[in-house]
Design a protein around this ligand. Structure first.
Ligand SMILES: NC(=O)c1ccc[n+]([C@@H]2O[C@H](COP(=O)([O-])OP(=O)(O)OC[C@H]3O[C@@H](n4cnc5c(N)ncnc54)[C@H](OP(=O)(O)O)[C@@H]3O)[C@@H](O)[C@H]2O)c1
Length: 299
């Protein structure tokens, strides 16, 4: 079977896309590719200067692109709400919502509302964002929500009695794994809820294997092995782009690199971890996420 590449992305003209954390890394490459294919792309980023530099980089390469940036800090639920309100004022549709932003193994830190940072940004901020933007997504024929997870979900476990690592003490890698398993549980639960409410919106997921980006800023070991093992961001973005645009994708599909241990290669369908299919854990995470974020979904 031939490799799935940038050339396989269908024309995106007329489609409106939001990519979180799009100023750098995989998010930037995904935004750049979608803009080159004709989508109207908003780079939703916490640092406005970095975001503007990314917009200008895309426009230098593709002057006819429709691309802009807007401030979104997923570590503050009030700022998530403000982003969604502003976006909804300016748009009547949202065809592609790509939940890409992420942090990995930072020193112990909390979101503005006091949640462990990786749970707060990687899962809860995106949960709140999606809930707030869902009316626009549902209003768009053929819309998709794409969740960026990780192979780290393999060692992830949901500890519902201590989601914030307060009782057991902060452990960076288990906290990252938990947040990335939460991404997969959320993907499947959102897809089930949308389907049950009669919506045709697809929820898909992807992971970029091992890709050299700023994500490894807090891990010396990962940075050390980057030159040997990691892919470049443009290739690392392909699973996300396939999850977002492959016309044959189905709800709940998960795409990752095809090579050894899914670290490198071209995107193909890959299985989610077994615990992502635990429906009672997904329902519990959903209820907790609604309570913690204060965002109630329409489905
Ligand atoms: N690289 C890999 O090997 C790998 C493997 C598995 C999964 N992933 C996943 O892929 C996704 C993209 O990661 P990447 O490798 O491209 O990393 P990256 O280059 O560090 O990009 C992460 C993006 O998220 C943004 N971000 C961080 N905290 C945020 C916040 N509070 N609010 C809004 N945006 C925030 C960052 O903004 P700043 O630039 O301002 O920090 C950056 O734009 C993540 O979900 C990550 O978990 C990556």
């Amino acid at each position: 079977m031939p490799h799935w590449t940038f050339e396989d992305i269908p024309a995106q003209t007329g489609r409106v896309a939001v990519v979180t954390g799009a100023n750098t890394g995989i998010g930037f490459e995904a935004a750049r590719a979608l803009a080159r294919k004709g989508a109207d792309v908003t780079l939703a980023c916490r640092n406005v200067d970095k975001a503007q530099a990314a917009v200008e980089r895309i426009l230098r390469e593709t002057p006819e692109a429709t691309v802009s940036q807007a401030a979104l800090d997923l570590s503050d639920l009030r700022k998530v709400e403000a982003f969604a309100a502003r976006f909804a004022e300016q748009h009547t549709r949202l065809d592609l919502l790509i939940l890409n932003a992420g942090v990995m193994v930072p020193p112990e830190s909390k979101t503005a509302q006091g949640f462990e940072l990786q749970f707060g940004v990687n899962h809860l901020g995106h949960f709140a964002l999606t809930g707030a933007l869902l009316p626009l997504v549902r209003a768009s024929e053929g819309a998709r929500v794409v969740v960026v997870s990780s192979t780290a979900a393999r060692f992830g476990a949901m500890d519902f009695d201590d989601l914030q690592f307060e009782k057991r003490g902060y452990k960076p890698w288990p906290a990252y794994g938990q947040s990335k398993l939460a991404n997969q549980l959320f993907t499947l639960e959102l897809q089930r809820r949308l389907a049950a409410s009669g919506s045709s919106v697809l929820v898909t997921a992807a992971h970029p294997g091992w890709t050299a980006t700023d994500l490894q800023r807090s891990s010396g070991v990962a940075r050390f092995f980057n030159p040997l093992l990691a892919m470049k961001p443009a290739q690392g973005a392909l699973p996300t782009l396939r999850a977002a645009t492959d016309p044959t994708a189905r709800g709940g599909d998960y795409f990752g690199p095809s090579g050894f241990l899914q670290m490198r290669g071209y995107p193909r369908r890959v299985p989610m971890v077994k615990s992502a299919h635990d429906r009672s854990a997904a329902a519990r995470l959903w209820e907790i996420s609604e309570a913690l974020s204060g965002v109630r979904y329409e489905c």
